[in-house]
Design a protein around this ligand. Structure first.
Ligand code: GDP
Ligand code: MG
Length: 206
């Protein structure tokens, strides 16, 4: 049986590797977002992925995972970013959300104190599932009042994790935070002595 010749020069045009829904190969790293409802998690992801901000878009309920290829030190890294899809309203995430995550971006909203007060609960739940993954704290919506960046938020130093002021609305530090998360996720994957991570690495290499 003879094979049909492939149409030349067409193969890749219709396929964007970043959004191809048929690409089910495992990502190199999985990044998760955590924090109360409406702190801006989905908007941060959208800002990072598209560099455009559309306050009307109600993507929270429709999307849960995004794939992005990133160039880190000349290497192509396949990144999966998991967004909560509204589940955080029930103050608890499904264990699958944490499963094999390599880094976490924990978010609060500088205009709502309660979202800061709830960080501890999110952090503890995350640590129960992922003992050692790197975590970055972000204070979102600083565009509403930049004075807030003068305030001292002690949560990050109390947990010894990095902290950034961000704005999904104007883009402040958004790319920086996601790149930092991916870089620390890669470090974690390569260097951690985490038992489960080591076991997964062996399985992946087999
Ligand atoms: P999520 O529930 O954490 O995913 O929050 P969303 O991303 O859905 O955002 C909740 C609301 O906050 C929406 O109305 C967004 O338009 C708004 N929002 C998100 N990020 C920012 C920001 O950086 N600045 C401002 N001013 N509004 C934001
Ligand atoms: Mg959301």
């Amino acid at each position: 049986m003879s094979k049909e010749p492939e149409p030349e020069g067409k193969a890749d045009e219709s396929k964007d590797p970043e959004t191809d829904p048929n690409d089910l190969s495992p990502a190199d790293v999985k990044i998760i977002l955590l924090g109360d409802s409406a702190v801006g998690k989905t908007k941060l992801v959208e800002r990072f992925l598209m560099d455009e901000y559309n306050p009307q878009q109600l993507s929270t309920y429709a999307l849960t995972m995004f794939r992005k290829n990133l160039d880190i030190d000349g290497k192509n890294v396949k990144v999966d970013i998991w967004d909560t899809a509204g589940q955080e309203r029930f103050n608890k995430m499904h264990p699958a959300y944490y499963h094999r995550a390599h880094a976490c971006i924990l978010c609060f909203d500088v205009t709502r104190k309660a979202t800061y007060q709830h960080l501890g609960a999110w952090y503890d739940e995350m640590r129960d599932a992922c003992e050692n993954i790197p975590c970055i704290l972000v204070a979102n919506k600083i565009d509403i009042d930049y004075q807030v960046t003068k305030k001292n938020f002690k949560f990050a130093s109390s947990k010894n994790i990095p902290f950034y002021f961000v704005s999904a609305a104007d883009g402040t530090n958004v790319v920086k935070v996601f790149r930092a998360a991916v870089e620390s996720a890669l470090d974690y994957k390569d260097n951690s002595g985490d038992f489960m991570n080591e076991a997964y690495k062996l399985l992946d290499d087999a």
